[in-house]
Structures are given as structure tokens and as C-alpha cells.
Design a binder for this molecule. Structure first.
Ligand code: TRP
Length: 73
């Protein structure tokens, strides 16, 4: 696997209170391992790591990754 997949950062800006950023584990067992709650205008800067291969965002937010920016409504 290309090592950059574990060093990529992403940015999430909450557009409402109570946005959930949920980290999912890397490997054969895919499960939630961390949930972070953001209130409006809070920003989280995070990385894909050895432990985290996927992220689920629930709620209105702006999400920036190396693949571009999107808005979750
Ligand atoms: N301990 C986690 C890790 O190193 C922290 C983390 C990194 C995380 N990126 C995340 C948690 C994204 C939730 C979402 O993988």
C-alpha cells in the first residue's frame, strides 16, 4: 500500500452543532474506534493513520481532503 494513504490529512469544519466525526479502524476488522463531536464553526484537522483508514461524517460540514472539498448537507 502506498504509504501516503496513512499520512493524508483532512479538514472538517462543522456548519451546525453536533457534527460527528467517526474514525473507523484499518484492517480486516472495520469498526468505530473514535467519535468526536464538533459544534458549529469548530474545525478538526486529522490524519489517516495506521489505526484509522476511514472516517464517517454525520451532519452539516465542509470536508477537505486531497481529493477536493465537499459539503455535507
Ligand atoms: N488514535 C487515532 C489514530 O491514530 C486518532 C485519529 C487519527 C482519529 N485520525 C482520526 C480519530 C480520525 C477519529 C478520526 O488513528
Amino acid at each position: 500500500m502506498d504509504n501516503s494513504s496513512k499520512t493524508d490529512f483532512f479538514v472538517i469544519k462543522a456548519l451546525e452543532d453536533g457534527v460527528n466525526v467517526i474514525g473507523l479502524t484499518r484492517g480486516t476488522d472495520t469498526r468505530f474506534h473514535h467519535s468526536e463531536k464538533l459544534d458549529k464553526d469548530e474545525v478538526m484537522i486529522a490524519q489517516f493513520t495506521e489505526h484509522t483508514s476511514a472516517v464517517k461524517v454525520r451532519g452539516k460540514a465542509i470536508i477537505q481532503t486531497s481529493h477536493g472539498q465537499m459539503e455535507n448537507n
